[in-house]
Design a protein. Sequence first.
Length: 433
Amino acid sequence: MFNISKIIHKHKNNRLGLLTTSFIIIGIFLIIGIIFYSYNVVKSFQSVKTELNKFIVCEQTSETIRSNSNELTDLARLFIIKNDERFALAYLEEIENTRSTEKSLENLIKIYSDEDQTVKRLKIALNQAESITKMELYAIKLCYAALEKEIPLFSEKIKNIEIKESEKNLSGTELHNLAQKTLFDEGFLIYKTRINENCRLTVKAIADDIKKKLDESSEALGTNIDRLRLLIIALLIINLFWFLALKEFRKVTQSYDRIYSIGEKRTKILLKQAEYDALTGILNRNAYDEICKASAEQKLPVALILLDMDHFKQINDTYGHTGGDFALKKLAELLMSTFRTGDYVARIGGDEFAVILANFKQEGFKIVTEKIRTINKSLAEVEEIPTLSISAGISYSKTGYSEELYKQADKALYAVKEAGRKGCRIYDDSLNR
């Protein structure tokens, strides 16, 4: 911004400078307004999200309470009708271990304070519903007594229920009939319906309250978004005027771009000279050293191939430096076309080359040796210099590049030369003998 102001003062008159300053001041105020209303939008959105989460949890709690209450009643009734203890055990498992209703209430308390009026109202409704559970437990107790079955050891609630004195001397059939009457007579149905309706109305009131707050938060969000939209439009208009005011500086900008482009091209040329071999166009020794350093730091599996051209001095003597350069270029071309795009091919000396195989797996040795044979076959078909061939040594490390990896590849290369050249060898411990 400081540099633009200097250009304005050098190339424009006072009126244009004043206009530009005005645009800047107005733009700053608009940006402040955008930041302010952006904050309000985020705040309103969070409020909407919170109220929506409350509404969802409330709906889930309502459904859990309703379905759980009906399911418990069905289990108690099925136990009394069919005398199948599995239904009683399922009932007791739910109220003493699974506790779906209590867990739903705990989820509601997570988004409300335990002292919140909403939670208090729901607890009152659940306490009323607890009386239904007590009636169902009493009926189950009577049925156990009628069937003369032992109470499940884990059920403290059943054990703690005492049969009324007036009912202790009843026969098994009478106790069973009394259990049925407890859960099937009209009084129970009316009482359960009234309590369930009370729970439903309580949850509905909570949901309506949440929905009201959700509507308020949504309205606030919409208002803030509208204001933010207006500010953004105003800022766009100011930017349009700003663009028109700066149109006269286009020539200066174009001049700068030309200067920058020239500098960038020079930088690219210098980088290429620093990283690539001038003769072959592949990576040079400096780039190779940097890649080795990076591999050593990353400690990933890597293979190294060291290779050089066989009898290169004789090639130079026979065909001159032009022939030698041709041979080096041909070899570089074959290396680049044979190995993977992600491998690094570099010329590290006169006729010395290296290939770094990143993320290499030892199963790939067979493929690598086949590639070396393919390169030698292609070199043998070069008409200009019919005696071209290479020797290569290969080594592998699970933990990235190291000096030891280089020494191992060099030993393998030396072994190939000792064996008559034109081939490759993978390093193994036998080369240390």
